[in-house]
Write a protein that binds this ligand. Sequence first.
Ligand SMILES: [Zn+2]
Ligand SMILES: [Zn+2]
Length: 124
Amino acid sequence: MANNARPANPCTTPGCRGRAEKGRCILCRQRQARSAPSTGPRYGGTWGERRIRYLRENPYCIICTHLAHVPDHYPLSRRALIDMGVHDPDADEYLRPLCKRCHDKQTAIHQPGGWHRDRTRWNR
Ligand SMILES: [Zn+2]
Ligand SMILES: [Zn+2]
């Protein structure tokens, strides 16, 4: 029975001692998938990374000109963009930089639930 379950060929990565049916072993494939952004989504990066990059390029709140903290989806919400079938709703063209204060205010205006909920809480 020895070795029957193992793939027959050595991994093609130089120096790797893994085995594979063909080409690279699983570990090498996973490593390559992680380190090669060209195979991933076109714009790449997590929302956190993109947010940081966006704020570096657009550092000031467009409403009050203080330092921006949040890329806000505008004029359409992220959900609306997704509903429209937009390929990358987090692209710069769908965003505007806002500071925390303005973002909270805008969110309250555009998302009725949030504002109303806060008022209810305050009134108690
Ligand atoms: Zn390998
Ligand atoms: Zn602001």
